[in-house]
Design a binder for this molecule. Sequence first.
Ligand SMILES: [Cu+2]
Length: 192
Amino acid sequence: MQHHYRSRWLWAGMLLAAISLAGCGSQGQSSAASTSSSIHAALPSQTATQSPQEQGQTMTIYVLRGEPYGVVGPDHKHHDTIAPANLVLRQGVPVTLTIINYDEGAHTITAPDLGINIQIQPGQQQSNDTVKPVTTTYRFTPTKTGDFRWYCTLPCDKGGGYWAMTSGYDGPDQDGFMAGYFIVIPNGSQAL
Ligand SMILES: [Cu+2]
């Protein structure tokens, strides 16, 4: 009977040593675990600690009326602009886009290959020729990696002679004005 107890304690001791070693291994990879001397404290914190990217991605996009804030085109005129035109997203991570429209016209962010077609609500034209911005919120989760072109499907850039709606070098509308790319990268990358 005594022998039995002794071997049980021996096993318990070896088990503790193994857990301690495992704890050291994971501590080396996680700076957050540096203060925890107990494996019991370290385990819950490892599962609770998530980077903001893992919880979700939030981005703000602005729609600018050609005059005065739209980007200047090769004709040296300001044109209707959706900025930023290129967005980097993580695959499988929910995205919330907040789109603030400072233009009195409606626009879209349409990316057929990504399966999204965002209808951007128009800003409110005021009597003094200013525009009260209107916000559109859109949520989606990119499921595949790659570069996905988007463009606006509504006639716009009237003040700029509709130049932003003319075909860019790689598809409908001018890139950097009413077209651009969603760049979806694999989740877990340390690049962002
Ligand atoms: Cu547009």
